[in-house]
Design a protein around this ligand. Sequence first.
Ligand code: GRF
Length: 191
Amino acid sequence: MKRIAIFASGSGSNAETIAHHFADRPDVQVSLILTNNPDAGVIQRARRLHIPVVVFDRKTFYETDRILELLVNQKIDLVVLAGFMMLIPEKLIRAFPEKMVNIHPALLPKYGGRGMYGHFVHEAVVAAGERQSGITIHFVNEVYDEGKIIFQATCDLENSDTPEDVARKVQLLEHEHYPAMVDKLLSNLPE
Ligand code: GRF
């Protein structure tokens, strides 16, 4: 059985689509959802899905080994970031080489890096008059949004699209592709 841990800071719609994707699968389990945000929507979703949730604070994340120990004790095979808003400590990244994946709501390397998250991304895309946006699924390394790109999917934009319209189009792509890519990564995990 392969075990996934999902980190999320917000609504958790991607976490939920991933959980649904594997719900009937005897070989894969979403074993844990972790969040730094005690008000995150993902907590209610996790409870509804009967997935254990761990809420942690900044100090625990950056100044102790507790999260790393938890992932190791839980025998987590793949760490999935889905709207997780904190930079991952190096120690955690090193413990999951090419076993930690993130989704970014734009076509990296454009519109990535510090400050490029949530609506800021879609506002920048619209302000630049881009004809397309999309999603990027990538491995996580020490630099924001710069890990090896695994997959991208695009959507066409209209002149009249607002940042909210772009967000909707991008979210559809996320829900369509992230669970399937996680599934694919699980079947090709490095030793
Ligand atoms: C997604 O757009 C994801 O790409 C970004 O944060 C958002 C999370 O949405 N990194 P949700 O919490 O999964 O609904």
